[in-house]
Design a protein around this ligand. Structure first.
Ligand code: ZN
Length: 368
């Protein structure tokens, strides 16, 4: 069966072995009773051969359960708004060079692509914040065989780093110091750096605040994990399973001296189940206890240097909940310079507003 629809976008996905494959995002079209939104494009040469452009009307072919494929552009339907399809210049996952010598493009890191991407993520500003450990440096470490997982970073030695290209005394010492500093990051960031599927920054913070220590997190079964706000019956077992899988890595991180506790958080009581089977709600303390806070606009004064992620961490340390959108559930909107629609919405529905300075006073005890 064939139908005509429009090619909206081309996505580049990296497979387990580093193969970089283009996928067409289509205007949904019903073929043979099912709605088709994606179709394969095979490889870059195929795109070139067929002369495809974005916004083109294209012929989509579907046979049985085989993945639908884009056949050819319908050139007489062109309007002049069609755009060339951009090919990636670096691996879209890890940032390495691409081997284009074959028709199927491949990340030069091959099976290590995922490792490079996950290490660069772990070292990122909102995770372990290891300055000097960008993608290029990570690639160097992986290529040299010095690092095969996150824990290896913390056992790197001076001589090993000095032997690398473009690593002098100063950059080696700086990198080692940055890695040593990273060991002091709060549990929420360590957890986030581990890249547990289904948990980003804010979920990692909630888990860390709820359990307070890595030992308590690891002791939690699916039921205990569900006590964390935002974790439901589907997510809880998969988080628990993944943490079990990560256990050897976590042990090695702990042995290397990486912090495994969340400052200011208290672990949940051993048994929170009341006589009627009801679970006691955790009591949060702090100046923002029970409040849902939205931050918008540019921060100034004492808060000027804080990234949005650091602002959210601050709110949660103060006992509040951070949120990115204003609703009736919002308690407070911190509106800095240039605040636009979120501020307007807060005014419209009558949510309390604070300037960055007013907010800094509110949480002064937590600002160091
Ligand atoms: Zn890659």
């Amino acid at each position: 069966m064939e139908k005509i629809t429009r090619l909206l976008e081309v996505e580049w996905n990296v497979g387990r072995t580093g193969i970089i494959a283009p996928r067409a995002v289509l205007e949904p079209v019903v073929i043979d009773g099912s709605t088709i939104t994606y179709a394969t494009l095979h490889n870059p040469a195929d795109i070139t051969r067929r002369g495809l452009r974005l916004n083109d009307h294209v012929m989509v072919h579907r046979a049985g359960d085989v993945i639908p494929r884009v056949e050819a552009p319908v050139t007489h339907l062109r309007t002049g708004d069609e755009q060339p399809i951009a090919f990636p210049e670096q691996c879209p996952r890890c940032g390495s060079a691409i081997d284009t010598s074959e028709e199927r493009w491949r990340c030069t890191q091959g099976r290590n692509c995922h490792l490079v991407a996950s290490l660069a993520y772990a070292a990122g500003r909102d995770q372990l914040d290891i300055e000097g450990l960008g993608t290029t440096r990570v690639i160097q470490l992986v290529d040299a065989g010095l690092v095969t997982d996150l824990a290896d970073l913390f056992t790197l030695e001076r001589d090993q780093l000095l032997a690398l290209d473009r690593m002098g005394d100063t950059s080696t010492d700086n990198l080692l110091a940055a890695i040593a500093n990273a060991k002091q990051q709060p549990l929420a960031r360590v957890l986030c750096a581990l890249g547990v599927r289904g948990t980003g920054r804010s979920m990692s913070r909630r888990i860390a605040r709820h359990f307070a220590t890595m030992d308590h997190i690891r002791a939690a079964d699916a039921e205990a994990m569900q006590q964390v706000e935002g974790i439901g019956t589907e997510k809880a077992p998969s988080i628990v399973a993944e943490l079990t899988e990560l256990a050897p890595l976590i042990d090695r991180l702990a042995a290397a001296g990486v912090n495994m506790t969340e400052p200011g958080a208290t672990p949940p009581p051993a048994d929170t189940t009341g006589p009627d089977g009801a679970t006691a709600a955790p009591v949060e303390a702090g100046p923002l206890a029970g409040m849902t806070v939205v931050v918008t606009g540019a921060m100034t004064g004492a808060l000027e240097k804080l990234s949005r992620n650091e602002m959210n961490e601050l709110i949660e340390r103060a006992g509040g909940r951070s949120s990115s959108s204003v609703s009736k559930k919002t308690t407070l909107v911190v509106a800095g310079e240039g605040a636009g629609s979120k501020r307007a919405k807060a005014e419209q529905i009558g949510i309390r507003l604070a300037t960055p300075d007013e907010f800094a006073t509110l949480v002064a005890d937590l600002l160091t």
